[in-house]
Design a protein around this ligand. Sequence first.
Ligand code: GAP
Length: 456
Amino acid sequence: MARTLPYADMDKILSISKRRGFVFQSSEIYGGLGSTWDYGPLGVELKRHVKEAWWRSVVLDRDDMVGLDAAILMHPQVWVASGHVENFTDPLVECRSCNRRFRLDHLAEAAGIELDPANPAKSLEDLSCPDCGGELTDPRQFNLMFKTFMGPVEETASEVHLRPETAQGIFVNFANVVNSTRKKLPFGIAQIGKAFRNEITPGNFTFRTREFEQMEIEYFVKPGTDEEWLQKWVQSRLEWYVEYGIRRENLRLRQHGSDELAHYAKDCYDIEYRFPWGWAELEGIASRTDYDLRQHAEHSGQDLTYFDEETKSRYFPYVVEPSGGLDRGVLAFWLDSYDEEPDGDNVRVVCRLHRKLAPVTVAVLPLSRNDKLVSTVQDVHARLRRHFTTQFDDAQSIGRRYRRQDEIGTPYCVTVDFDSLDDHQVTIRDRDTMHQSRVPIDDLVSVLQDKLEHGW
Ligand code: GAP
């Protein structure tokens, strides 16, 4: 299949996004709120399909995984024990002239300067404000956690954080899950949910925002097998992105240097995507050792060890953590699927999203608005919508409607025409091949289910 562009440029994606209803700026009628976004009618379906594909792959299709949905607000001690209160910081510098704020590590990276972790201020000699060239202040560590108050009194005692990662909800429920499911090592707990970070420099559309969703797994293993499991998860997660349509050449693995590892990590690989602005992280797969369970056991006074029936011993399991950003995943799948091909004197824009990720799976299109077609079209739509995400469209010519569906990535269009009234058949049109085939209405659901499972 022709894939003419290595990836879309952001302007094209932003234009489709707003025009077709994928993503809108949050609170737009009030001028927007910096770097916060709302998923529109198509975006929400795309996002839901990415979540479903992830959940199927890491929970439903495996015997060694279970799911969880923990609260966003957690006991304040969670963030003390996890180390986030002390360590979840970024180095903040401010321009003395224009007062804009930046992350020192981002400025250094953009300028090709290696930060000295022992003395980050030293790098300032070679850096200036990227906006106005002004002098920068000394860096200070800025904690990224959002604070709010629980209950009607705004005092320190009632302060809670919006979680900056979903992971801690899993760690604090480790004993609950073991006791309720009797899972044996190795096993994992998966969760999809919102996380919040007061990023100093959010940007690049939905790539770096202050409110986002994570898809996280904490995979508990016997100490000593963690390195092997880290490699298995790195491969399996990389393959997932390829299975769902991202071209392998637009993905790469990058192992963290010892100076960039998070405070809990022994080792970490990033799966990076070639975004239009360069390679950037989609997902991190970290080896977290027994750091979190030990910390929570110490701070809560609860026994969070695991009893190994084979060796009749108790120990803290080690943890491998594949942690992906849902919003970044959605953006990468979408960017990578964008394609253009010649169409006479025009250009056909085709979003070649994986058939299971596309926001609309089947479009139902009557050939015309003629009243004679109405009841058959309604019958076809009613049969399909029970099984697939569908969209009905009867506005403008059939050619234009196909193009509209191509642009949003709809893999199958079902057209009801006047022959359908006599032969009880409809036409299925494939997005990528544009091939059309006639199918009896009674077989439509099973034919489409088969295509969805096995491809065109
Ligand atoms: N529990 C580990 C953890 O949170 P992380 O690398 O900080 O690790 C995991 O975050 C993933 O969450 C990242 O790979 C990225 O996809 C996503 N993510 C992190 N910060 C984000 C932000 N500000 N906006 C959007 N996605 C973000």
